[in-house]
Design a binder for this molecule. Structure first.
Ligand SMILES: NC(=[NH2+])NCCC[C@H](N)C(=O)O
Length: 399
């Protein structure tokens, strides 16, 4: 293990020191052609290969001196603590679909599991036919393969279920039913795990919707927040008030994003690759707008809509936010955007991890002086997320 660095994130591109990943596991084996849409996957991944791809991603990061924390390890360690276990069991069993009888059994069953086993069930879920032959009206009427506890295949995208703003971990609040339980787990980890003792988590899983994929740390004190399919206007407002009150940022750049699957988060269309440069989906680059929001007397001071690049540059206090011109024809651009070509993870200024399949976008990045570290992702990508989605930076060096 690498030596640990002070926790905190003040930019998108400062040298990455510590990152939270989730190695995909049995939760992916729950996907079927009948449930994959609801579980937000566009296909049925070959799980062994997805794990190999993910291991290679993690190895690349370790090779570059990044400390990789795995969510399942942190969760199992957290669940060693009785208070954490109790909270986990209580929240999981709240689900109304269970009914009182099954809930009672589930409480006892979960309470008896060892920490690693409990972590596994919380992530991979539990099917009706795995309830040890419980005979209740609910289990009798549910199909055998219905879930009593839903699996969390999108835990892979650790970017969304928490985000560090300065020295504070923010527990987000996810919009889609298939993901809402994820942040109960990140909240547990940040609240109880000794690695995070002394940090003070913000926000919470049961608040107005904010997803980490919509949050970009443009510069110290300046955040961009996408509002669209996932983060709601009310979520952006609550985040603004929270970060201003806590002095974690002075400016928010609020960016409306089309409410479509292809652009479910801001980071599916724009990510930073240098202190003053972004890679951006060319088909919308000209029409992405934003409002600059600052703390005002008695509330929020909300600016008029500007072009995103102008709003961001103004907020960052720089003359221009450069766009790496990927110059792609609209069809290639659309294909590579769908495959997360714009979803790069910066390891340092001008160094970014990207999916290898987006050859044209990557070639243009290289031509603009960005070192591209290409990873395979044919299986990982079936959940519609790239290197940035699959990583939650916990420590980056100041710029
Ligand atoms: N930050 C991101 N772009 N995350 C991608 C998340 C993909 C995931 N299947 C979902 O629909 O939620």
């Amino acid at each position: 293990m690498t030596t640990s660095h002070p926790l905190g994130v003040h930019s998108e591109v400062g040298r990455l020191r510590t990152v939270l990943l989730h190695r995909p596991g049995n939760e992916l084996r729950r996907l079927t052609p009948r449930n994959n849409d609801a579980l937000l996957f566009d296909g049925i991944p070959w799980v062994d290969r997805a794990q190999e791809e993910h291991d290679a991603f993690a190895q690349l990061l370790v090779g570059r001196g990044v400390e990789v924390l795995l969510l399942a390890d942190l969760l199992a360690e957290t669940l060693q603590l009785p208070a954490a276990r109790e909270q986990a069991v209580e929240l999981t069993c709240r689900d109304l679909r269970l009914g009182e009888q099954l809930r009672g059994w589930l409480r006892r069953h979960l309470a008896d599991l060892a920490a690693e086993e409990l972590a596994e069930v919380l992530v991979a879920g539990l099917r009706n036919d795995e309830t040890a032959g419980q005979r209740t009206l609910v289990t009798a009427l549910m199909a055998e393969d219905d879930f009593v506890i839903d699996p969390l295949p999108n835990l892979l995208f650790t970017r969304d279920s928490s985000v560090w703003i300065g020295e504070r971990p923010v527990v987000t609040s996810l919009a889609m039913p298939a993901r809402s339980r994820e942040t109960q787990l990140t909240e547990l980890i940040y609240t109880f795990h000794p690695r995070f003792a002394g940090t003070d988590p913000l926000y919470g899983w049961d608040r107005e919707r904010v997803e980490g994929g919509d949050v970009l740390a443009l510069a110290d004190g300046v955040l961009a927040i996408g509002v669209g399919q996932r983060t709601t206007p009310a979520g952006a407002e609550r985040l603004a008030r929270t970060v201003f009150d806590q002095d974690l940022a002075h400016t928010l750049v609020v960016v409306p994003v089309d409410q479509e699957r292809a652009t479910m988060h801001l980071d599916t269309v724009v990510t930073m690759v240098d202190v003053d440069a972004v890679v951006m989906y060319p088909n919308i680059a000209h029409r992405l707008s934003a409002r600059v929001v600052r703390a005002g007397a008695g509330g929020l001071d909300v600016g008029e809509p500007l072009h995103f690049l102008d709003a961001a540059a103004e907020a960052m206090g720089i003359p221009e936010l450069r766009v790496i011109d990927t110059g792609l024809d609209p069809v290639t651009a659309e294909r590579e955007q769908w495959d997360d070509g714009n979803n790069t993870l910066a390891l340092a200024p001008k160094v970014a991890v990207a999916y290898e399949r987006n050859t044209e976008t990557n070639a243009r990045l290289e031509a603009s002086g960005i070192e591209v570290l290409a990873i395979r992702g044919s299986e990982l990508g079936s959940g519609r997320g790239g290197p940035r989605c699959m990583s939650c930076p916990i420590a980056r060096d100041p710029l």
